[in-house]
Ligand binder design. Sequence first.
Ligand SMILES: Nc1nc2c(c(=O)[nH]1)N[C@H]1C(S)=C(S)[C@@H](COP(=O)(O)OP(=O)(O)OC[C@H]3O[C@@H](n4cnc5c(=O)[nH]c(N)nc54)[C@H](O)[C@@H]3O)O[C@H]1N2
Ligand SMILES: Nc1nc2c(c(=O)[nH]1)N[C@H]1C(S)=C(S)[C@@H](COP(=O)(O)OP(=O)(O)OC[C@H]3O[C@@H](n4cnc5c(=O)[nH]c(N)nc54)[C@H](O)[C@@H]3O)O[C@H]1N2
Ligand SMILES: [Mo]
Length: 762
Amino acid sequence: MADHGDIKIKEYEGAAGGWGSMKSVARILPEEKAGTDTLDTLRRLNKPEGAMCVSCAWSKPEKPHLAEFCENGVKATAWELTGLRNTPEFFQEHTVSELKDWPDHDLEQAGRLTHPMKYDAATDKYVAVSWAEAFDGIGKKLRTLDPTKVVCYASGRASLETSYMYSLFARLWGCHNLPDSSNMCHETTSVGMKNATGSPVATIQMEDYEKCDAIFCWGQNVGVNSPRMLHTLKAARKRGVEIVVFNPLRERGWERFTDPQNPVQMATDSSTQIATQYHQVRAGGDISAILGIIKIAVEADDKAKSAGEPAVLDHHFIEQHTVRFDEVAQFARDADWDDIVRESGLTREAIEDAARVYLKSRAMIAVYGMGITQHRYGMDALYMILNLLLMRGHIGRPGAGPGPVRGHSNVQGQRTVGITEKPELAPNDRLRQLYEFEPPMEKGWDTVESCRAIISGEAQGFIQLGGNFLRATPEHEKMCEGWAKLPIAVHIATKLNKSHLYPGEESYLLPCLGRMERDMQATGRQAVTMEDSFSHIYGSVGKAEPASPHLLSEPAIVAGIAKATLEPNPNVPWDKWVGDYGLVRDAIENTYPDMFTNFNERMFQPGGFWKGNPAAHRQWKTKSGKAEFNVPRALNASGFEDKPDRFALITLRSNDQFNTTVYGYRDRFRGIIGTREVVMMNHDDIARLGLKDGDIVGLESDAEDGVERVVDGLRVVPYNIPKGCIGGYFPELNILIPLEHHALESNVPAGKSVPVKIRKPA
Ligand SMILES: Nc1nc2c(c(=O)[nH]1)N[C@H]1C(S)=C(S)[C@@H](COP(=O)(O)OP(=O)(O)OC[C@H]3O[C@@H](n4cnc5c(=O)[nH]c(N)nc54)[C@H](O)[C@@H]3O)O[C@H]1N2
Ligand SMILES: Nc1nc2c(c(=O)[nH]1)N[C@H]1C(S)=C(S)[C@@H](COP(=O)(O)OP(=O)(O)OC[C@H]3O[C@@H](n4cnc5c(=O)[nH]c(N)nc54)[C@H](O)[C@@H]3O)O[C@H]1N2
Ligand SMILES: [Mo]
């Protein structure tokens, strides 16, 4: 079992980066028993012809730094290339029932899976099988099932090649349930940006950061989740760019950064201030905070107009390119400052400060993350960001536009090549022509709908291309019960996780190569490709020795399942594709000729090649043919009312985790070391409830749906967080999130404001 070390809770004084990050790197390498392959891979990371980091979707620059990686990239690389091995002997020693009680960290720390395994109910153990037995067993079972009742899930890491093959397999079989991790993540972006601008992704590219004069950021934690972006922000600060941050927590990365590659900063322990303004909004308070800025801008514009002075807003753009501006303007004029102040949790003066930067800016970038998308009214919060941009024409001109920071390193790309439960987003006409079959045209299940089907027993099977679905989703207890009744679960994975430990009738673990590992096929060493947050596409070559000779690549596993399940189709050469991924790229090019022209020739272009974006050229592929303003439906995104005993729980990532992968117990920037079982609380709330620092409390769901959801044993940590909000870690607290508490329209579980009560110690 893991030794968490002593619990130490003390405010962290250091900047993001700096020596703290060096020490953290020095700790992880021996912990993972990382060898020279890890160091070699790090040297090549995020460079042209190198390997693309698995930790985030931030851009891989055309001219990389000598070390183009961050502390968390090192952790992710060392985690993948670990010297630890989880062999069939491990599974002989431990029953599945026993492993269920292991912490997430310890399961993955058992090391890389080395053999294909099948669950044996008689002994309650996973036992090794050959690949032929595994594929044969999976194919036999899948052929007895209704493909419309099986989920083909993908967690956003697999390459474009694997993702294309996987979605094609599902459609050829007749399965349309193709959610990916985006459904828990930036689906609010995919739906909301598409509705409002016609483009589901960022319109900006890396070079826009060199041209902007203001960056606004809502609900993204740069120092932890995309640390290489700190270099971009530092350069922007150097040019005098204003950076205005909205976040309930003072996240260190947005405060200050010591560049580990800058000898002067390292030697003098100095840092660059990042945010020029930091506004600690309440959870869900962004709608009102932005409403305040819009109100100030609209009223200033009204005043300028009546005084015959130059306009404050870009009326030419508004008239030529948008619809429904008047509705938003009137809504803002009518808005009441008392409501804005109460719902945002900010003072009017603070909002006026932000508005001053907004009104001065000629080129503004809007960055955001899960603090916007994972709310009941997350779509409305996103629309407010877009309203703000559109009013002054900040989309489709240099240095300006929305820049959502995506999560997984290829989550955006998976959607691009067909992993989607929405038939209108699939290239069905091309697929029909190329492969001569009738793709399913009904809408499939997204993540929330898949969970419903698992809980109700409607789902007949779950294929998981990466990820830890059972642990990452809400309503954890009911999900475990439903999951354990699935007729079949197939896990394509690199390490053991909780999702593997509730086997239903049949369960398989299919261990795959990681992206950093050498992938040898019939025609030699293969490369794969992925797409970043700016829609740039890059090649990646793994060179490290595979963790086991028994591993197969993800394309080979997908092809193995497909061949065992489907009737042969002469148009789909699975074996040839596995032998040469270049042929898969040709197939992708044939399917999407506009985006992937000369794919094989361009994949190693430094900085990646851009797949294009109509909204970036002010071509609006929306219903109205224009960019659309939207009036918000609520003043706070949380979707529940304030009550004296009710808290909005914000579920967070620590600096020592990647999603459900817990690297360790050191959330350095937040000063919480040695435990994840905490509840971060405002001092006044602690005093009001008669609690004190270090008390152990519980949390219970306050969702008014009659369901009891409880987590006990959490230590009270006094924290700089707005009153009425508390913070804690995901996935441990996913027990508290009701399945039906999700963003409207996009169905992203609303993990950034969960209604809970505090249970005091007896
Ligand atoms: N090291 C590391 N890197 C990662 C990941 C990881 O787990 N570890 N995960 C990857 C994935 S899949 C994703 S999606 C991204 C996630 O990256 P982020 O988008 O940064 O997601 P989170 O860390 O969940 O939360 C973001 C921030 O939202 C703030 N917040 C919460 N509620 C609100 C609110 O109502 N308003 C505002 N303005 N802010 C709020 C929180 O305080 C937090 O700082 O990172 C990716 N990169
Ligand atoms: N409460 C709350 N819940 C959340 C969130 C939140 O902020 N709050 N965030 C949500 C978000 S944004 C996301 S993206 C989800 C994701 O959450 P997860 O499902 O945890 O995402 P992953 O990191 O993909 O999953 C980790 C597993 O992927 C497998 N894996 C790693 N590398 C590879 C590989 O190369 N190939 C294959 N096939 N498998 C691999 C390993 O077995 C590992 O155990 O969690 C969501 N859940
Ligand atoms: Mo994500």
